[in-house]
Structure formats: C-alpha cells, structure tokens
Design a protein around this ligand. Structure first.
Ligand SMILES: *[C@@H]1O[C@H](CO)[C@@H](O)[C@H](O)[C@H]1NC(C)=O
Ligand SMILES: *[C@@H]1O[C@H](CO)[C@@H](O)[C@H](O)[C@H]1NC(C)=O
Ligand SMILES: *[C@@H]1O[C@H](CO)[C@@H](O)[C@H](O)[C@H]1NC(C)=O
Ligand SMILES: *[C@@H]1O[C@H](CO)[C@@H](O)[C@H](O)[C@H]1NC(C)=O
Length: 262
C-alpha cells in the first residue's frame, strides 16, 4: 500500500516518525549542558548557573570555546581530565618559546586558589629578571632547579627569547618557581619583564624547551556532597541559585534535594 500514498503523505509520515523519535530524547535531556566544543562538562563544573557544584560557580564560560574565568582574565581551557582531576588552560597573553609578550599577572580568587590551584608539576618561569629582583636576592630560595634546565638553554633554543641575548653578552637571570611565588608577589614586584609557564614538568628531564608543554595545569578537588547518589538516580548535580543549597536536577521540570524519583 506504500506506493499508493501521495509523496506528501510519505513526507508527513517521515516527519511524524522523526518527531516521535525526538520526544524521548528531549525528555531525558539534562537541564545542564554537558559539553562545550569538544570538552566534556561534568561535576563539579557547570556552564549554566545552577549546574555543578556551587563552589565552582561562575568559573567556566562557554562562548564558542571554553574559558576559565579569573580576576586577571579568561583563559582558554584546553582539556579537562576527570580521572586525574586536572584541567589545562592557556594564557593567550603569556610568552612561550615562539612568542614574546609583556608579562601580566595571573590572579585567581581565594576560592580558586583553594579548590583549583595550579598543579605541583606546573612551573612558572620568570624571564629577564633585573638584578634587583627579590627572587635573585632575599627570596632566592623560591627559585629551584628545574630538571637541570638553565636560562641559557631557554634563551638559546627559543626564537622568542633570543632577544634577551642580543644586547648583552651574558644572559639576564631567570627563575624557575612555583605558583605560590606569583600568587604572593605581583609581576611588578618580581621585577622580571616576561614569564611563561610549563606543565607536566616531571617528564621534561633532557627535553629541550621547544618541546615543553606551555600553559598551566590546575588540580581540582571535587566536593564530597552525595553527587553520586543523584547521578545514579539519573540526575545531574546542581544547586539553588539563590541559596546555593544542593539540588539534584532530574529533568527540566523537576528538581529534588537528593535523588530523582524520591
Ligand atoms: C531546578 O533547578 C534549576 C537550577 O537551580 C533551576 O534553574 C530550575 O528552575 C529548577 N526547576 C524547578 C522546576 O524547580
Ligand atoms: C567569556 O569569555 C569571553 C572570552 O574571553 C569574554 O569575551 C566574555 O566576556 C566572557 N563572558 C562572560 C559572561 O564572562
Ligand atoms: C630586559 O630587562 C631590562 C630591564 O631589566 C629591560 O630594559 C629590557 O628591555 C628587557 N628586555 C626585553 C627584550 O624586554
Ligand atoms: C517531581 O518528582 C517527584 C518524584 O518523582 C514527584 O513526586 C513530583 O510530583 C514531581 N513534581 C513535579 C512538579 O512534576
């Protein structure tokens, strides 16, 4: 009987089938976006307000790409590893081996410093430090040996940093240091004209600066708030935007305090 149907009816039938298929998908859609570009967004993160853990509220911004918002700017998120609980971000204004840009401060809120600080294997490299820099004097101990790498190596192998060699025969001092140094002293106080940062530094012994991983790796902690129970019931963890009380978001039309169906 199919051949007897007018083309228009077939079209309507097809449309109806499509709609019927679409309905269950719509109903099971989580009220929270679960990706931004190709980066999955899971607890404790959220893009829409009310999704994820309240401690991580307003930290991510999805405008085409995913950005990590701090008081010093929006940093492009390159990846989030939920197993290792780490997120790598890139500061577009930072110098790297291939581009020289004036320093600016990397500032995080107190909450960010507490729950998503730069990882232990992220090293900040202060470049072209003046001889009066605190890290060459009183705070010398804040600089450490980074897998045997030297300023000379950095200034010599990176196109961007060769300029530091140009005007003097000796290379200006640099300092390999940790996030705490830039957290407690602004770039102006540190008195070094440029900086870069490198992550996964445990694997960089004997590896030249051209092959380092430039960016900042953050380690996040996941608040232990019973999100598992909510997830197992099919919900998504979120919170009330007025009270920041925890919610289990079950569908676009129903929330629960602990788990869905209860
Ligand atoms: C459920 O919670 C979300 C996030 O707080 C909120 O946007 C939404 O309006 C709530 N829905 C209902 C039906 O309470
Ligand atoms: C999100 O990040 C972009 C990119 O830096 C920025 O232009 C925009 O203002 C941010 N949006 C919000 C709501 O903060
Ligand atoms: C290096 O630092 C000195 C001041 O200590 C500054 O005059 C010079 O311009 C800096 N070099 C570059 C390439 O920015
Ligand atoms: C929300 O879900 C609970 C448990 O399934 C149910 O008792 C309640 O009637 C639902 N509320 C709405 C507005 O659908």
């Amino acid at each position: 009987m199919f051949p007897l149907l007018a083309p228009f009816t077939i079209f309507k039938l097809a449309l109806l089938t499509l709609q019927l298929q679409a309905i269950p998908i719509t109903l099971t859609l989580s009220p929270c976006k679960n990706s931004c570009g190709n980066i999955p967004i899971n607890y404790p993160f959220g893009i829409e307000d009310g999704c994820g853990a309240p401690q991580f509220r307003h930290m991510l911004n999805c405008t085409n790409d995913l950005f990590f918002q701090t008081p010093s700017g929006a940093y492009k998120v390159q990846s989030i590893d939920y197993d290792k609980k780490s997120m790598t971000i890139y500061d577009p204004a930072m110098s790297t081996c291939s581009i020289l840009q004036p320093h600016h401060d990397f500032v995080m809120t107190d909450i960010q410093s507490a729950i998503i600080p730069p990882s232990q294997d992220t090293v900040f490299v202060l470049l072209n430090c003046s001889i009066d820099s605190p890290v060459l004097n009183h705070y010398k101990y804040l600089c450490f040996n980074f897998e045997g790498h030297t300023c000379d190596e950095l200034y010599g192998s990176c196109n961007a940093f060769r300029v530091f060699h140009l005007f003097s025969n000796s290379s200006p001092p640099c300092c390999f240091t940790s996030y705490n140094t830039v957290k407690f002293m602004s770039m102006n106080i540190l008195d070094c004209t440029h900086y870069t940062s490198v992550f996964n530094t445990n694997n960089l012994k004997g590896v030249g600066p051209l092959d380092w991983f430039y960016g900042i790796k953050m380690s996040f902690s996941v608040p232990d708030t019973g999100c598992e129970i909510c997830k197992q019931s099919g919900g998504t963890c979120g919170f009330d935007t007025d009270t920041e009380g925890l919610l289990c978001l079950c569908s676009t039309s129903n929330n629960s305090t602990r788990q869905c169906g209860k």
